[in-house]
Design a protein around this ligand. Structure first.
Ligand code: DGL
Length: 263
């Protein structure tokens, strides 16, 4: 048993989708969430910058005495994780999500959608090549999905949501058996994406897979009461509180603290 909290790190507020998945599986775990909202988006940045930001975040988590850190950010997981040095156990999204996609589609076609930096890294292709017998991979960057979600546009019936999804996913429709959502924000568009891709396509939520994977490897808490969630951000908390409340389906007003990450 280990009663220390679990750390969840993201470039912004999208990692709350992973918090939600953790809460559904292990509601008594305490969680410390760090969103680097002052420097989001990471998805358009260089590898060196992403590594530097993530290194600062991990030093911060070390001071918080967490038992492990889940790197919910698809960009950090793909671009920086192999280069990060930390005494803490680290769980990125690429391995668990790839394993699930390969299980669902061992020989067909797997689509991967994520930020520009994640797609450029080819981390999913490399991991899928190890995991699957003979599936092919089609990957696409979807740069408008993050700003769409950050602005609260997630309803499947919304015309703007539908237009952006149709534009970004047109050439994947009809050509993949499984679609892997390789970015924190995309699960918020899951219904709209599923509607566009059709019911025959399996959807893999990288954050949810990682929550499950990490929990099976982290010593559980002995606490029986409901776990707490403490959120920290690197910019003004107000937008995080507003959109985060939407993500989690509960009011975060007054519960988010602003911090500075030292270099
Ligand atoms: N958290 C990022 C990811 O999952 C999306 C937002 C960003 O570009 O920083 O890739």
């Amino acid at each position: 048993m280990d009663n220390r909290p679990i750390g969840v790190f993201d470039s912004g507020l999208g990692g709350l989708t992973t918090v939600s998945a953790l809460g559904a599986i292990a509601p008594n775990e305490d969680i410390i969430y760090l969103g680097d909202t002052g420097r989001v988006p990471y998805g358009s940045r260089s590898r060196d910058t992403i590594i530097r930001y993530a290194t600062q975040a991990l030093s911060w988590f070390t001071l918080k005495n967490v038992k492990a850190v889940i790197i919910a950010c698809g960009t950090v997981s793909s671009v920086a994780l192999p280069r990060l040095i930390s005494a803490l156990p680290l769980f990125g999204v690429v391995e668990p999500a790839s394993a699930k996609a390969a299980l669902l589609t061992p020989e067909g076609s797997i689509g991967i959608i994520a930020t520009n930096a994640t797609i450029r890294s080819r981390a999913y292709e490399a991991t899928l090549a190890k995991n699957s017998r003979g599936s092919s991979v089609l990957s696409r960057a979807c740069p408008l999905f993050v700003p769409l979600v950050e602005s609260g546009y997630i309803a499947p019936g919304n015309a703007i949501v539908q237009a952006v999804i149709a534009d970004h996913l047109a050439d994947l429709r009809g050509n993949v058996d499984t679609l892997l959502l390789g970015c924190t924000h995309y699960p918020l568009l899951k219904d709209a994406i599923a509607q566009f891709m059709g019911t025959a396509v399996n959807i893999v939520d990288a954050g949810a897979e990682t929550a499950q994977y990490a929990l099976s490897r982290i010593k559980p808490t002995a606490a029986t009461a409901s776990g707490t969630l403490k959120c920290f951000v690197t910019d003004r908390p107000d937008n995080f509180e507003k959109v985060g409340s939407l993500f989690l389906g509960r009011d975060l007003t007054g519960e988010v603290t602003q911090v500075t990450l030292d270099s």
